[in-house]
Design a protein around this ligand. Structure first.
Ligand SMILES: C[S@@+](CC[C@H](N)C(=O)[O-])C[C@H]1O[C@@H](n2cnc3c(N)ncnc32)[C@H](O)[C@@H]1O
Length: 363
């Protein structure tokens, strides 16, 4: 027997894809579940920030214990009549219109949704109003939940008979630790169904009009991480640069903002032309997207001037010159000068701007 929440807006099991934008009238009304959702979200975050400990008494752990006690059989997904399945769902780079129909349907039918930092509120809106929403995001210097805790939460909710959706930005299996969740759950007898999402590299580049491969310009594309933490040392970054710094290659760097100075230097030291076109895209595909276009040799400086923040994706390769914005910039020398003059004046007045060197463009 399931312990699921009543009043769903869409059929379970999904014989047909649900409409991607359900009207409010079709959505379940707010009930106790909403209160649970708000209460738990608030409490566990506050607790974790205060003490760094998992499962504060009186909050999520208590709730889970009650669920487990109410589960019909021993809390093992393989022995209960619960779903025995966790959905790992990719949400794409941010624009909610880039969600798949399958992602929307699963969100509408989930009892419990565990979501990351990069999931926009517009995407979360697709969850039923009585779904339990658990924020498990990680950002520099602040991990709301450790990866082990996330594994355990996924397992315990599934074992309690809940329909569990684990939402991940982009694609779950591209720099998203989805593989670790898959591995953990499978080892504990839980099936995992993955809904692919559009990964930042392809979603953001395509939306900007940058083909990642192009005959005569790029015959291969490399997705790499610039994340400089833990076992990922400067030495590793150097090795990585050595592996990817080739002509006719497009390099897409995830999590590369903080290591951009080292990475761009390594790429050039390993043979990349400083004139290679590049772009850094902050909050790609979202309404407040910002871009900095510059040759590799001046990208770091331009990005620093623009004070881009995470999430930022970096694309290095001459395919960037095919982007209409890059070409537009090149064709508007006079306008550029005017913009640069204006920025110079603003900077003199204490405002941050796009900088004056290279081909930087902020949108
Ligand atoms: C932990 S990785 C997750 C990648 C994700 N699984 C995917 O397939 O796109 C996070 C990094 O992806 C990139 N990223 C994801 N979404 C982005 C966005 N909307 N704008 C810019 N960069 C993004 C950034 O480099 C960010 O630091």
């Amino acid at each position: 027997m399931r312990t699921g929440v009543a009043g769903r807006g869409a059929p379970r099991g999904g014989q047909r894809a649900a409409a991607p934008t359900p009207s409010r009238a079709q959505r379940p009304s707010r009930n106790l579940g909403t209160l649970v959702r708000r209460g738990l979200h608030q409490n566990h975050e506050d607790h974790d920030r205060a003490s760094g400990e998992a499962f504060a008494p009186g909050t999520l752990d208590d709730y889970l214990r009650r669920l487990e006690a109410a589960a019909p059989s021993p809390s093992s997904p393989s022995s209960s009549s619960g779903p025995n399945l966790v959905h790992l769902v990719g949400t794409g780079p941010g624009d909610p219109e880039l969600l798949t129909l399958k992602a929307v349907r699963l969100l509408q039918t989930a009892d419990v949704v565990l979501y990351d930092r990069l999931i926009s509120s517009e995407v979360l809106e697709y969850a039923a109003s009585d779904a339990l929403m658990i924020y498990v995001g990680k950002e520099r210097g602040l991990h709301t939940r450790s990866q082990d805790e996330i594994h355990e939460l996924l397992y315990r909710f599934c074992a309690s008979g809940k329909t569990v959706v684990r939402l991940k930005g982009g694609d779950p299996y591209v720099f998203g630790r989805g593989g670790e969740e898959l591995d953990y759950l499978q080892r504990r007898g839980v099936e995992v169904a993955c809904v692919p999402g559009i990964t930042a590299a392809s979603g953001i580049s395509s939306a900007l009009g940058i083909p990642l491969t192009h005959r005569g310009i790029a015959d291969n594309v490399q997705f790499i991480t610039g994340h400089l933490r833990g076992e990922f040392t400067e030495e590793k970054l150097r090795e990585l640069a050595n592996k990817v710094a080739f002509e006719n290659t497009t390099i897409v760097i995830y999590m590369g903002l903080s290591s951009l100075p080292q990475m761009s230097r390594e790429l050039m030291d390993h043979g990349m032309d400083p004139e290679t076109a590049a772009v850094a895209v902050e909050r790609g595909t979202m309404a407040n997207q910002r871009t900095v276009f510059a040759p590799l040799g001046s990208l770091t400086e331009m990005v620093e001037d623009a004070a881009l923040e995470s999430p930022t994706l970096i694309v290095v390769g001459n395919v960037v010159t095919l982007c209409p914005l890059w070409r537009e910039r090149r064709g508007e020398e006079v306008a550029d000068k005017d913009v640069q003059k204006e920025m110079k004046e603003k900077r003199a007045g204490g405002e941050r701007g796009t900088g004056q060197k290279g081909e930087a463009l902020l949108q």
